[in-house]
Write a protein of this length. Structure first.
Length: 90
């Protein structure tokens, strides 16, 4: 992944985010992450409210329980400069 945003509602593969340079991967289910990721914080990103509303407007069926959700943030890929992020829904 060079940049951008990927939203994964189902199960993610075992090597998700490997070789990631920049960008954001949002996961609704918690995967086992590779050791190239490191934990940063637990928070609600400022962009989440806008993205949530946009997804609903475009017809994605996302439960209202995700409207004010928090995420665990991990930096990745440590081998590529760790400028990407993986957000795991809590």
């Amino acid at each position: 992944m060079l940049a951008g945003t990927i939203l994964v509602v189902g199960d993610a593969g075992t090597r998700i985010g490997t070789n990631m340079l920049r960008g954001t991967i949002i996961l609704f289910k918690s995967p086992k992450l590779m050791p190239i990721f490191y934990y940063n914080c637990y928070y609600q990103p400022a962009f989440w409210g806008l993205l949530y509303k946009d997804l609903q407007f475009k017809g994605f069926d996302i439960s209202d329980s995700y409207k004010n959700v928090f995420f665990k943030r991990f930096s990745s890929d440590a081998n590529e400069g760790a400028r990407g992020e993986v957000l795991i829904c809590q």
